[in-house]
Design a protein around this ligand. Sequence first.
Ligand code: SF4
Length: 470
Amino acid sequence: MPHAPRPPKDPSAPPFTAAVREVAPGSPAERAGVRAGWELVRINGQWVPDVLAYRRELERGEATLEARDPLAGTEVVFTVAWEDPGLEFEDVIFDGLRLCANQCEFCYVHQMPKGFRKSLYVMDDDYRTSFLYGSFVTLTNLTEADVRRILDEHLSPLYVSVHTADEDLRRDMMRWFRLKVRDPAATSVRGMIERLEPIDLFTQVVALPGRNDGEALDLTLAYLASRPNVQAVAVVPVGLTDHRRNLPTLRTFTREEADAVVARVEAFQRTMLRERGTRFAFLSDEFYLVAGRPLPPASAYEGFSMLENGVGMVRDFIAGSTPPLPAALPRPLRVICATGTLFAPVLDAALAPLRAVEGLELEVRPLVNRTFGAVTTVTGLLAGRDFLTQISPGEADLLLVSPSVLKYGTETLLDDRTLDDLRHELGMRVEVGGTNLAELMTSILSGHGRSALPQFGFSTHAVKETTGQH
Ligand code: SF4
């Protein structure tokens, strides 16, 4: 059947608008009649692509805002002078998230099982969210105008996935699409780091055994340390799943290889510490856990600037004082703390003092990741089904889970099951244990988890955040 002809595009229609999530009571926007669900169309006569440009217009002092109700078509225009209009937006990016131009051999999105919510498959690579939220970007999709904007607006710091300073090796690992790259100059990581010299950069290397570790890693660390704008580099191991179809054959680090990476990076740290007073390079916890080495002390993380990348997370969790332990509980209590296989032995050792408390039956249950495959050992990638298949109904009074398995600000797990689903199917209380050891111990002893949901955890970029890969 022939398709009906498309109506011609309205040339006066805005290319993008900003959806309003909330309007502050008593604010200029509310007084003008703007309500949640409306759209901001223009500010000072311009369409603004993101919240950064919106704020920049407000910083001019006087601003004229045009908003409309998309359902009724009502439009209002109001002005503010050195005053916040009172608008909260659904997103910080109004013109669409910039997507990546690459097909990295280790990309987590490519090796995710099917069937999760769509947002988990978004291959974002947007320098604006890097500035706003600290997500890592590769810079390969930048245009000359983007670079100028970063410099003009001083969007600093940015978080950059370097992987290697060997340009040929980087191209081989990241295999960007020529047609998606808008400026070939953006594919040179050295060129971009040098061009962005006024911008502070936090960098990361996703390390693959036999690929960009060994001497290639030495060269990368030396190059990054030579650039004045590079503040630090996190080295994280590649994360793999059992769902790698038609992808290059990769493997994870063996114990010996992880040990060699730790030795190499710690030698570099010692030199840097001597010469500059900072370690500059930081290893993700996983290297120490796989190598079976003790974790560095908290001071070795120099303020935990790369915590979100799994660098120092375990040390941060177990550091700090713990609550006094009672000799006995007022009534018997069976508690399971379920966690990923990588962290379980550390947690088990940290909770050992609780085994002396009479009446408390405590178990740290390492959950094999059946969703992504046993090769995935981090806690943050456990899905609801992993809990449901490895914990039996009624076998405990309380199941405590890590906040890292939950979507930001919700009780929803990676596979859209909720803590309520777990409560219902397991017939026990299921709560968030806490964000550090002291909180977790308090939850165990009291028999109740944390009522306030922690303000972190996975978001739409869960997989990449959890694994630190991008
Ligand atoms: S790892 Fe990140 S940059 Fe690389 S292909 Fe995947 S989404 Fe793109």
